[in-house]
Structure formats: structure tokens, C-alpha cells
Design a protein around this ligand. Structure first.
Ligand code: NAD
Length: 401
């Protein structure tokens, strides 16, 4: 007798920023979803219906589905009872900016004993080009003839619940059957399906992230050029973009986080490290904290012994994720120059963070690290020197009342 699968979907990496919202969205669409993750510390929160990180609109749905259509799996062996398995684990680059592919293949080895030919494995992590096919070949060599699809995640972190139901889903696979299984799954979310080959899908995702990273770099380099000439970039930016459709240049600001840089470097690694525009973007974006401090040193002379506050340690606005945030690079350089640095964030927490009120009161110089909405209404005491690349503080004033 053939046993019925217990799960429609099991998500490996299911407690993560991609895996958890996806699991919640599928569970909300009526599918029976299991979450599997090695970060067991998050399990009690998730099982209690609490999101372990900010993902807008997710928690009410989590509370509704947890323990019903969404459950936490106890171990990898449970994947044997899933129709489809989705992998959403991290795919970082190493200290030499080369893709770290080994964890992926180690996971594949551990999954192998529990896989069978009727199952479909969907890769959703952003991968180095060719990884999907290599994984398929790897399993084939082990005698595992599973269906494999690659369906990249394209949501913007923090807004996955909304975007999972609206963004067209790029679908690719090793066979028409894999494509058909993956397409049917994502159609449950009511989205349009775009079918491409696996390498086309891999490049689609990497090109999008590299493009975004390059766009930020252009905005940042223009900012630096204007500043070097002693000009007010906020005025230039307004002049470029106000009621001018072709002026869509991102504003200046720290462009970082766990995806854009590493995906640009994954793409470069696949192109013999000859992705010059990608590397140039990295030099501009990663150089911005030092540029800001150079300008500060030019204005103030030394900052040794001064108290400097950073408002915003998350890698982007209105979320609590500090992964690869450039505010930490800023902190490091400020300390190197002998400043006492107070750091604060509206959403992220850490024992070293202080309330923003303390920053406002005690810091001589305040740097906006990320444009959290809450900073728009800050009352900055008179006489403070404010560095606000983002233009968050009304009028970007350096001596607001
Ligand atoms: N964060 C985003 O907004 C975003 C958007 C699109 C694509 N991506 C891509 O999605 C992937 C995941 O990113 P993320 O931000 O969700 O990372 P994350 O670190 O938040 O989540 C990954 C999860 O995988 C778990 N994990 C790692 N190895 C595991 C294993 N062997 N078995 C079970 N669980 C394991 C981790 O504990 C973690 O919970 C990356 O490839 C990333 O580039 C991320």
C-alpha cells in the first residue's frame, strides 16, 4: 500500500527570512506545510505564533495557521513524507568573495536517503549559476532521480506577505514534470508564472540583485562627487528628479544587507571575476562610510574623544535585520579614529545598543545610519551636528532646533 504524504510542502530553512513567510503564505493558501530548520532557538517563538523578525502582515496569519496547516518538523527524515521540498537556506560568499556552495551539497547528501522519485525539490535560495543542474547531477550520481525546480525568491525583505501574492513567479526545472509541479504550487498563491530554463532563472535573480546594487552605487557616487565640490546634493537630487520621469536615481545611503553585495559577487565569480561594473559598485557602496567620516574629519579636524551617535543599525529602513549593515563599518571606523560611539536602532536590539534619546542627549555628532520612519519626527537638540545622507531629518538640517 502506498502511504499518503503527510505534507504538501516542507521548507528547509523554514525559520529564515525567506522560508518562514513562504511557509506562512502556503499554509494560508490551504496547503499542509512543515518548517525544518537547524536554528532551534526560534522554534518556541514560531510555535507560539510570534514572528522572530519583522515581516509586515505575517504574524496575524502565523497565529491563525500555526499548529494547523503549518507545523514545525523534528528532523530531516520527515522530508520523506512531503510531496515537495523547498530549500531556502543561506547562500553566502566567503572571505574571498567566492560563493560558498559546500553547505548546499552537504545538505543534499543528508537529504538523499529520504528522497524518492515522485518528489519535487524546489531550490529557492539565490544560487551561483549552474548550481541547480549540479545538484540534480549530484543526486543522480547517488541514484536519486528526484524532480528538481529552481524558483528564485524576489520579494523585498519585510514585505514578503504582500509580494508573494503579487509578484510573477519565475519557474524552471530539470523536466516538464518538475516545472508543472512547481507551477501548480505557486499558482496556489494566485500569481502569474514565467517559465525559463534553470540557468536563465538563476541569472534572472542574480542580474536583478546586481542591477539594484549598481543603481544604489550610482546614486552614492553622484552624492560623493557633489560633496567633493562642496555642493548640496539634496538640491541637485531634487532638481534631477522632481517631476522628471527619466530622473529615477536612488537617493544616497548605505547600500548593504545580506543579499545585494554577495549576489553581485556570485555573479562576478561566474564571470571570471570580470564583472567590472559590479566590482565598481562594491567599491562605491562599501566606501561610503569612510567617505562620510573623511568629510567629517575635514570639517572637525579630529574626532578623538568626541561622542558620536549612530541612529539606525539595521541594513534597511523599518526592519530589525542588522545582517551586513554598513552602520557597523561606520562604527568601526569612528572607533578607529578615537570617537566614543553610541549606537541605537528603532527595531533591532543588542546589548550594546542604547535608546535614541540617549544618543540625542549625549552625542555631539549624530549620523543617520538608516532612514527608519520614526526618525522623521525626531526632535534634535539645538547645536548638534547631524549627518543625514538620506534626508530623513526634515530639510537635512545640521543645526535643527
Ligand atoms: N532575505 C531576503 O530578502 C531574500 C530575498 C530573496 C532571496 N534571498 C535568498 O534566500 C536565501 C535565504 O536567505 P534568508 O535571508 O532567508 O537567510 P536566513 O539566514 O534568514 O534563513 C536561512 C535559514 O536557513 C537555516 N539553515 C541553514 N542551513 C540549514 C540546514 N542545513 N538545514 C536546515 N536549515 C538550515 C538557517 O538556520 C536560517 O534559519 C539566500 O540564498 C538569499 O540570498 C533572500
Amino acid at each position: 500500500m502506498v502511504s499518503t504524504p503527510s505534507y504538501d510542502v516542507i521548507i528547509i530553512g523554514g525559520f529564515g527570512h525567506v522560508g518562514l513567510p513562504l511557509g506562512i503564505a502556503f499554509a494560508d493558501s490551504g496547503l499542509c506545510v512543515g518548517l525544518l530548520d537547524i536554528d532551534t532557538g526560534k522554534r518556541p517563538m514560531i510555535e507560539a505564533g510570534t514572528m522572530p523578525f519583522i515581516e509586515y502582515d505575517a504574524e496575524p496569519i502565523l497565529k491563525r495557521v500555526i499548529g494547523k496547516s503549518l507545523t514545525v518538523c523534528d528532523g530531516l527524515k520527515e522530508i520523506a513524507s512531503a510531496k515537495t521540498i523547498i530549500i531556502t537556506i543561506g547562500t553566502p560568499v566567503d572571505e574571498y568573495l567566492s560563493p560558498k556552495t559546500r553547505p548546499f551539497f552537504e545538505l543534499a547528501d543528508r537529504m538523499a536517503p529520504y528522497l524518492s522519485k515522485d518528489q519535487c525539490v524546489i531550490l529557492r535560495s539565490t544560487v551561483y549559476p549552474g548550481t541547480s543542474q549540479s545538484l540534480s547531477d549530484h543526486w543522480k550520481k547517488m541514484g536519486k532521480d528526484v524532480q528538481i525546480a529552481f524558483c528564485p525568491e524576489r520579494i523585498v525583505q519585510g514585505y514578503a506577505i504582500r509580494e508573494l501574492k503579487t509578484l510573477p513567479q519565475v519557474v524552471s526545472g530539470t523536466s516538464p514534470q518538475a516545472i508543472s509541479i512547481a507551477s501548480a504550487l505557486f499558482r496556489k498563491l494566485g500569481v502569474e508564472i514565467i517559465e525559463v530554463s534553470m540557468e536563465e532563472a538563476e541569472l534572472t535573480k542574480l542580474f536583478l540583485n546586481a542591477w539594484r546594487y549598481i543603481q544604489f552605487a550610482v546614486g552614492n557616487q553622484f552624492y560623493m562627487m557633489a560633496k567633493d565640490r562642496g555642493l548640496d546634493y539634496a538640491k541637485i537630487y531634487h532638481a534631477m528628479t522632481h517631476h522628471y520621469d527619466r530622473g529615477g536615481i536612488p537617493g544616497p545611503g548605505f547600500a548593504a544587507g545580506p543579499c545585494l553585495l554577495k549576489d553581485t559577487m556570485q555573479l562576478s565569480a561566474a564571470y571570471r571575476n570580470q564583472f567590472f561594473i559590479g566590482h565598481a559598485a562594491m567599491m562605491v557602496n562599501e566606501g561610503l562610510p569612510a567617505f562620510v567620516i573623511d568629510k567629517l574629519l575635514a570639517e572637525c579636524g579630529s574626532i578623538a574623544g568626541k561622542t558620536i551617535g549612530i541612529l539606525g543599525m539595521a541594513f534597511k529602513k523599518d526592519i530589525d535585520d542588522t545582517r551586513d549593515s554598513l552602520s557597523f563599518k561606520l562604527l568601526k571606523i569612528l572607533r578607529f579614529h578615537g570617537a566614543t560611539v553610541l549606537v541605537s536602532d528603532e527595531f533591532a536590539s543588542d546589548l550594546s545598543f542604547v535608546p535614541s534619546e540617549k544618543v540625542l542627549k549625549e552625542a555631539d555628532i549624530i549620523i543617520i545610519g538608516v532612514p527608519h520612519t520614526a526618525y522623521r519626527t525626531l526632535k534634535i537638540p539645538r547645536g548638534k551636528h547631524v549627518i543625514d545622507l538620506w534626508g530623513v531629518i526634515p530639510f537635512g538640517s545640521s543645526t535643527p532646533s
